[in-house]
Design a binder for this molecule. Structure first.
Ligand code: SF4
Ligand code: SF4
Ligand code: SF4
Length: 293
């Protein structure tokens, strides 16, 4: 009797074991080994700057869906190169460009008309919502530093005259300040590009100038300078505002030489650009040397 019971138990165990082995073989999810490798190479800070909830989610998107390899803003160049290595692809010149935040307003306390003093909550969106902004330009920087508060890398600060400026050495292009600015004054652009129109006013020239000495007045002088340089696509005026073409970044600083309000210029609102570029160049030389060795 005992022998029969033991045999039955053994048989049932055998059937279950066979079932589990078959199910495992049939329903197994194939794990791409590159995902773990990518995860190892990503910084692991889960900042969300790549647009994914975590480094692991980004690693999976790269390996499974062919997501871009250069989205890790914290890891920068080095991580892009590592990710490219794991994926067996090359890093393009475009992917090697370091991006930084650029603040498109120069309407500080010296340039801007101030009708009063804002005494509400120290937050740019709150000031706009309460229609109690101190400065008169309705497109310009409110100056309450919501972008500064949003930066996890201590890379954006307020100048003594009330306009944020970015430290090129510290900025990782995470984009937090871009999201924080209620007036859409901050964008990410390649560090090496140095000609922009630092204004977003869509007011007609006379009104724009009345509220800010540094406003673009849509005079077209920069557009004509670009055309005279046989580069007509570089700058254009639309809706009372001059804009450099950021698809090809062919605008030169010289096109703003005669800008009457100096809103077209080179790298205002940015510090430590040279230091950042020198460091990046040194890193690239070191990597190239390592590859050759
Ligand atoms: S919050 Fe803005 S300034 Fe700070 S690191 Fe991110 S992109 Fe750069
Ligand atoms: S750039 Fe935008 S977020 Fe920063 S202080 Fe000016 S209005 Fe506020
Ligand atoms: S020259 Fe200056 S003010 Fe005139 S359109 Fe160009 S950026 Fe605007």
């Amino acid at each position: 009797m005992i022998l029969i019971a033991a045999a039955m138990m053994g048989l049932i165990g055998l059937v279950f074991a066979l079932f589990l082995v078959t199910a495992n073989a049939r329903f197994a999810v194939e794990v791409d080994p590159r995902i773990a490798e990518l995860e190892e190479r990503l910084p692991g800070v889960n900042c969300g700057g790549c647009g994914y909830a975590s480094c692991a989610a980004y690693a999976e998107a790269v390996a499974r869906n062919g997501e871009k390899i250069d989205l890790c803003v914290v890891g920068g160049d080095d991580t892009t190169r590592d990710v490219a290595h794991v994926m067996g692809v090359k890093v393009s010149d475009e992917q090697k460009d370091k991006l930084v935040a650029v603040v498109f307003c120069q309407g500080d306390s010296e340039a801007s008309a101030f009708p009063g003093v804002y005494k509400g909550i120290p937050d740019c969106a709150a000031a706009i919502y309460s229609q109690d902004v101190a400065k008169r330009c309705k497109y310009g920087c409110v100056g309450l530093g919501s972008c500064v508060e949003s930066c996890p890398f201590d890379a954006i600060h307020m100048s003594a005259t009330g306009i944020p400026y970015v430290d090129a050495e510290k900025c990782t292009a995470c984009g937090n300040c871009v999201i924080a600015c209620p007036r859409d004054l901050i964008e990410l652009h390649p560090l090496k590009h140095d000609a922009f129109v630092y204004c977003k006013s869509l007011d007609p020239g006379p009104i724009a100038r009345k509220v800010c000495k540094k406003a673009c007045i849509a005079c077209n002088i920069c557009v004509k300078a670009a055309a005279a340089d046989d580069n007509p696509d570089a700058v254009s005026v639309r809706d009372n505002l001059a804009r450099v073409n950021t698809r090809n970044y062919s605008a030169k600083p010289e096109y703003g030489a005669k800008c009457p309000t100096q809103c077209y210029n080179s790298n205002r609102n940015l510090v430590n650009k040279e230091a950042a570029m020198t460091r990046i160049a040194a890193q690239r030389r070191a990597r190239a040397a390592a590859v050759e060795a």
